[in-house]
Ligand binder design. Structure first.
Ligand SMILES: C=C(OP(=O)(O)O)C(=O)O
Ligand SMILES: [Mg+2]
Length: 570
């Protein structure tokens, strides 16, 4: 039995065997061969297995996250069947007595180099397709397993160095019972997605891929962040019990599903959910969400080869708005960058992507992409209670510019006699310290604020949210953060505006009493955190918490504040 500790990213207990989602070693020793026919047979077999796999992955992706996300695998299948690539490989085997692996590598590299240097963006994308397909075929030639999340068809715990958001989107909840990664933090996007998929997960263990092996039995305790590899019988019994208790607790929480959220002293707050796709709404409603506080629209743009069209976006926004009825839905415009990449836009690699050309910065320079999204949102606005917010706003000019484009598109649509709602609130994310500090100035112009603490903490503390080595600095209860949050809430309330929080801090049981005391109006969190938060809030007095505000805001360390709040809320 081995025990490992990581960062609890999604709660619940899972027990299953390990599935290592790591790219295998694809190096080989070059030898000359004397039977080219046999090599060609080996190649054909590897191509055939790859084809079957890709068809499965394509089908699964289509079912799980939609047809447009499956397109990338159609492109891979085309590469696999392209005689212009395959024939030269076979010719090489025959003419030079080259082993299949070496011929594949040489010819594929030749095409990859050729496509990479082309002017045309579409052709450059083909280089990435050939690279992906080559790896898969190579793995089959070498007889090693080439794992893919979509191929999992038995109950497992996925073990990976890291999971990209698109890997996570492919996980099938029926089979993937949990996941554990070497790197990442609680606010990396794969962790956030694990919570919306309701899969127990632990990230930032530093060494799970090294310490565990395929088929080891793994216990994932997503409540404590503990992993047990090959547990004893006693441990298995104890964790099965803990799993049962967790499920019972969930049933208890579910009793508050259709209730509004009131504190003990009858002050009402709103508990909303963060979502990434229209499919997440089912979980929001099942978990008693009173609204959507953050719809991360970038997932519409990810895991595919082209930008989503206006109509595709309209359909997604309409679906979310209709499913939520008259409940508020805050849609955030495209927040690409950081750990959310769009390969097909071919943006230059940056040394520091979290401080780079991203989110609103990208949208204001690529107005056509931004305008398409705003038009889709405006058209969808008649189907529900839509609010729009812009991400990563650092200056008032950015907000004014974005809002002007929004108004321009609204006017243009109205001129075309397209119906749009007249009550769309337009607000901003507060996730950059400059904006939190100057909230007073912003409050006069925006309709609302939503505090994005995932980024606000990393920028205030200069501690990368994805980097487990500096996670000790990632301190939500640090007085610097709480004073910024307080500044935003006071500035907004002074102008009669509301303030939400859509960073992960909003669902944190230690932060909740602090935020109530500071007067936060809306808490937006992973859907699974809503019911525990509602239960907790029903036992707290807002007035009492507000009376502690000056004391905790003037404390020196996060530790002192945490201890103080725990003592006061026991
Ligand atoms: C909600 C936030 O946005 P994201 O996690 O998508 O960066 C945030 O930064 O707090
Ligand atoms: Mg952010």
């Amino acid at each position: 039995m081995k025990k490992l500790q990581g960062i609890a990213a999604s709660s619940g207990i899972a027990i299953a065997k390990a599935y290592q989602l790591v790219t295998p070693d694809l190096t080989f020793e070059k030898v000359t061969i004397d039977n080219p026919e046999k090599e060609i047979e080996r190649l054909d077999k590897a191509l055939e297995i790859s084809k079957i796999e890709l068809e499965k992955i394509k089908e699964h992706t289509k079912q799980a996250i939609g047809e447009e996300h499956a397109e990338i695998f159609s492109a891979h299948l085309l590469v696999l069947g392209d005689p212009e690539l395959i024939n030269p490989i076979k010719d090489k085997i025959k003419s030079d007595n080259t082993m299949a692996e070496a011929a594949l590598e040489e010819i594929a590299n030749m095409f990859i180099d050729m496509f990479k240097n082309m002017e045309n963006e579409y052709m450059r994308e083909r280089a990435a397709d050939i690279q992906d397909v080559t790896k898969r075929v190579m793995a089959h030639l070498l007889g090693v397993n080439f794992p893919n999340p979509a191929l999992i068809d038995e109950e497992v715990i996925v073990i990976a160095h890291d999971l990209t958001p698109s890997d996570t989107a492919q996980l099938n909840r029926d089979f993937v019972k949990g996941f554990v990664t070497d790197i990442g933090g609680r606010t990396s996007h794969s962790a956030i997605m694990a919570r919306s998929l309701e899969i127990p997960a632990i990230v930032g263990t530093k060494e799970i891929t090294e310490r565990s092996e395929e088929n080891d039995v793994i216990i994932v305790d997503g409540i404590e962040g503990t992993i047990i590899i090959n547990p004893t019988e006693e441990e298995l019994v104890a964790y099965r019990k803990k799993q049962e208790d967790f499920l019972k607790q969930k049933d208890e929480w579910a009793k508050l599903k259709n209730e509004p959220t009131f504190t003990k002293d009858k002050e009402q707050v709103e508990l909303a959910a963060n979502i990434g796709t229209p499919e997440d709404i089912e979980g929001v409603l099942n978990n008693g969400g009173e609204g959507v506080g953050l719809y991360r629209t970038e997932f519409l743009y990810m895991g595919k080869n082209v930008l989503p069209t206006e109509d595709e976006q309209y359909d997604a926004y309409k679906s979310v708005l209709e499913q939520m009825g008259d409940k508020p839905v805050v849609v955030r415009t495209l927040d690409i960058g950081g750990d959310k990449e769009l390969n097909y836009l071919d943006l230059p690699k940056e040394l520091n992507p979290f401080l780079g050309f991203r989110a609103i910065r990208f949208c204001l320079e690529n107005e056509d992409i931004f305008r398409t999204q705003l038009r889709a949102l405006l058209r969808a606005s008649v189907h529900g209670n839509l609010k729009i917010m812009f991400p990563m706003i650092a200056t008032l000019e950015e907000f004014r510019q974005a809002k002007a484009i929004f108004l321009d598109e609204k006017e243009a649509l109205q001129k075309e006699d397209v119906k749009v709602s007249d009550h769309i609130e337009v607000g901003i994310m507060v996730e950059i310290p400059s904006t939190a500090v100057t909230a007073k100035q912003f409050a006069k112009e925006v309709d609302f604020f939503s505090i994005g603490t995932n980024d606000l903490i990393q920028y205030t503390m200069a501690a990368d949210r994805m980097n487990e080595r500096v996670s000790y600095l990632y301190q939500p209860y640090h007085p610097a953060i709480l004073n910024l949050v307080n500044n935003v809430i006071e500035a907004a309330h002074h102008e009669g505006k509301w303030v939400g929080m859509c960073g992960e801090m909003a669902g944190d049981p230690i932060a909740i009493p602090i935020l109530l005391g500071l007067g936060l109006d809306e808490f937006s969190m992973s859907a699974t955190s809503i019911l525990p938060a509602r239960t907790q809030i029903s036992n707290l007095s807002k007035e009492k918490l507000a009376s502690y505000k000056d004391t905790f805001l003037s404390m020196g360390t996060a530790e002192e504040i945490e201890a103080f709040i725990k003592e006061k809320t026991e």
